[in-house]
Structures are given as C-alpha cells and as structure tokens.
Design a protein around this ligand. Structure first.
Ligand code: THU
Length: 116
C-alpha cells in the first residue's frame, strides 16, 4: 500500500492495512491535497475503505512507513471509534517494528458513550 501513496507534498509515504474479523485484509495509503489540510492519512483511508466494503468488525491494523511513524491523533480517534481496542502493528522499511494497542494510543478516549 505504501507504494500507492499519493504524497507529492510531503514525500512521506504511508501504507495501512486493516484485518477484518473474517480475516480479510483491506488496504489504504495516504492521499494528499494541494490544500494540505484536506489530506487523508493511510489509516483512515484503509478503515473507510473497509467500512465502504461493508465490514464492521476489525481485529488488527498495520501501518507502514519509512521510519516507523506512529498514527496521528486524528487517526487514533477514528481507530477507537471504528475498532475499539485492537492491536496495531507498526512497521518501518525493514518490516515489523512493534505492536501496540489502540487503548494505549488513546487512553480516556471520547466516544459514543458520551453522546447517550
Ligand atoms: N500520515 C499518515 O498517512 N498517517 C499518519 O498517521 C501520520 C501522517 C500522512 C499524512 C501526510 O500525507 C504525510 O503522512 C505527512 O504528514
């Protein structure tokens, strides 16, 4: 997925893949905009792609960058909203680096329980 990144402004290419409860792997890459703030991260593209394909439950997420970059704050919120507590595998250009879970990335998260 990293090779599909559209990142002409930052040249920072990110690939992500989400594993569904049924074992399917669905990917995404970062897609940048000339109006920088409209850029969408690879993690969100992967998750939105999976949702659009009809998946609702997820087991894990992998993120691949050159240097082991971690999911941004916005993605941490979206990961929590759509996946709750899942494992997140962080990779660099050599492969797997570490595994962390989404609760560790966003403790005390805001979520739908506050909206009831
Ligand atoms: N990016 C991601 O795709 N995921 C992250 O979690 C961090 C940042 C992208 C957004 C932008 O295209 C580039 O990396 C530099 O910020």
């Amino acid at each position: 997925m990293r090779s599909r990144a559209f990142a002409p402004y930052s040249n920072y290419r990110v690939g992500a893949a989400v594993e569904t409860e049924t074992g399917e792997i669905i990917g995404g890459c970062n897609v940048e905009s000339s109006s920088y703030g409209l850029t969408c991260c690879a993690e969100r593209v992967a998750l939105f792609n999976a949702i659009a394909k009809g998946h609702k439950n997820f087991k894990s997420l992998a993120v691949s960058t050159e240097n082991g970059g971690m999911p941004c704050g916005a993605c941490r919120q979206v990961i929590w909203d759509l996946c709750k507590k899942i494992e997140i595998h962080i990779c660099n250009k050599r492969g797997w680096l570490k595994t962390i879970n989404s609760l560790e990335l966003l403790p005390d998260a805001f979520d739908e329980s506050f909206l009831k």
